[in-house]
Design a binder for this molecule. Structure first.
Ligand code: URP
Ligand code: ZN
Ligand code: ZN
Length: 462
């Protein structure tokens, strides 16, 4: 039996803040006690005096190795999960993709093959359905049985991932029958494609036009439609990467009616804006993602939504493309810029900065970054908290250390940082994944293959 003891830290969970010693045996948290009350013996002791002891982050939205247009997201499961660990995230839920014309099975097997034996931290999988038909609908219960309990649909990207309203309704009906959670990319893709064509015809080719054609109202309209379709089907709904305050208002109205509708936003929408998309010399391409960054004045609504629980989760939508050779594919035509931003390494620190800045309380930080994503996607209390019986995915966090985010020092396999030069207060000191030390005071001690696939139960908010 291996015993690890973390002494004297402030244990912060979504529910409590308590000074406590934490005892870990064989990868599981077994006890919390008042500091020094028990003279536990342990092979490894970490002194967390003056530090926070928090659950490892749960990032429920990543895209390692995602094929997008003419290219593929630049983090592999090996590099991306290592970077996640550097940033205090110990669980990711990535999106397996069903390429059009194939089965869910084929897409899921392909994703297992990419991830198996390569991850530094534990991982689950959602399933992107790009072809909703009789056969793929029939496959859904089998996947749920294997622990893939959430399915992403797209109202955007006609011809690629897009599902029409009839397909969405059918998938939602199947979700209502089986307990699955439908995750929705809510943007009106056909309308956006018209605006893209018109913008290009006018010679509007720079990255900033990506933000202009993907209008907030088209996010809000799709969000409203997704909610009504879910009501008709009697299914729950989780809207991913919410960026527009008008879309958030649709979620808030639905939740006020007591509907099982949930929403996620991402650090890029909280910390970045259309000002970044408008950076000159094609630098704006670094910030092209969908839904797009919005004008700064949307941020306050998102922070408020996080405080009022109209938004429950902050995930990264980590989908990195290098500036050189990848983002550059869209020079002269913003519609060819691969969509996505890096961020899996930055989320816990940026959200802690939000605590420092007064947007969130410490417990809400842990709730939106650890506990709620774990509950939303059927991983709680194994992940997302520190309590007897939980996996010992534990981070010792120094709330006073400052550091500057930069591509020169980050560990994501991408040649730029969306937060280049931003100094944040708070830093990961030690990371344990199921009791194994992955990171300690700047030394990476993890290994590919430590991370295991996590079969998930269905959504625990229902
Ligand atoms: O721009 C983004 N978000 N890229 C990843 C794919 C998606 O829609 O989540
Ligand atoms: Zn999406
Ligand atoms: Zn995504």
């Amino acid at each position: 039996m291996t015993r690890t003891l973390i002494t004297g830290g402030l244990v912060v969970t979504a529910a409590e803040e308590v000074l406590a010693d934490v005892l870990i045996e064989n990868g599981t948290v077994v006890a919390l006690a008042l500091p020094g009350r028990h003279q536990w013996s342990a092979e490894r002791v970490f002194d967390a005096d003056g530090k926070y002891v928090i659950p490892g982050g749960v990032d429920a939205h990543t895209h390692m190795e995602l094929p997008f247009g003419a290219t593929v997201a630049s983090d592999t499961f090996e590099t991306g999960t290592r970077a996640a660990a550097w940033g205090g995230t110990t669980t990711i839920v990535d999106f397996a993709v069903q390429p059009k014309g194939t089965s869910l099975r084929a897409g899921l097997d392909a994703w297992h093959a990419k991830a198996d034996g390569r991850c530094a931290i534990d991982y689950g999988l959602h399933m992107i359905m790009s072809d909703v038909n009789e056969s793929t609908l029939r496959e859904m219960p089998g996947l749920i049985g294997e622990g893939v309990t959430s399915f992403k649909l797209f109202m955007a990207y006609p011809g690629v991932f897009y599902s029409d309203d009839g397909q969405i309704l059918r998938a939602m009906q199947q979700a209502a029958d089986t307990g699955a959670l439908i995750m929705m990319h809510a943007e009106n893709g056909p309308a956006i494609d018209v605006l893209v064509e018109q913008a290009l015809a006018r010679g509007e080719r720079d990255p900033r036009y990506h933000g202009e054609v993907r209008k907030a109202l088209l996010e809000a309209e799709a969000t409203h439609r997704a909610i009504q379709l879910a009501r008709v089907a009697g299914s729950p709904l989780y809207v991913v990467h919410v960026s527009a305050r008008e879309a958030l208002a649709e979620l808030a109205a639905a939740r006020d009616l007591g509907l099982p509708v949930f929403g996620e936003t991402c650090p890029q929408y909280l910390f970045l804006s259309t000002d970044n998309l408008a950076e000159p010399d094609f630098e704006g391409a670094k910030y092209v993602c969908s839904t797009p960054l919005r004008p700064k004045d949307h941020q306050e609504a998102l922070w408020r939504g996080l405080r009022t629980d109209d938004l429950q989760v902050v995930s990264t939508d980590h989908c990195p493309f290098c500036f050189k050779g990848q983002k550059e594919l869209g020079r002269g035509d913003f519609s060819k810029i691969p969509n996505g931003l890096p961020g899996v390494e930055n989320r816990m620190d940026l959200l802690h900065q939000a605590v420092v800045d007064g947007h969130l309380t410490r417990r809400r930080w842990i709730e939106i970054a650890c506990a709620a994503p774990a509950r939303m996607f059927g991983l709680y209390p194994r992940k997302g908290t520190i309590a007897p019986g939980a996996d010992a995915d534990v981070v010792i966090y120094d709330p006073h250390a400052t550091h500057t985010l930069s591509a020169a020092t980050h560990h994501m396999n991408v040649d730029y940082s969306a937060y280049e030069g931003r100094t944040v207060t708070g830093r990961v000191e030690t990371v344990l994944s199921r009791g194994e030390v992955v990171l300690d005071r700047g030394h990476y001690l993890g290994r590919p293959g430590h991370g295991a696939f996590l079969p998930r139960s269905t959504c625990q908010y229902l």
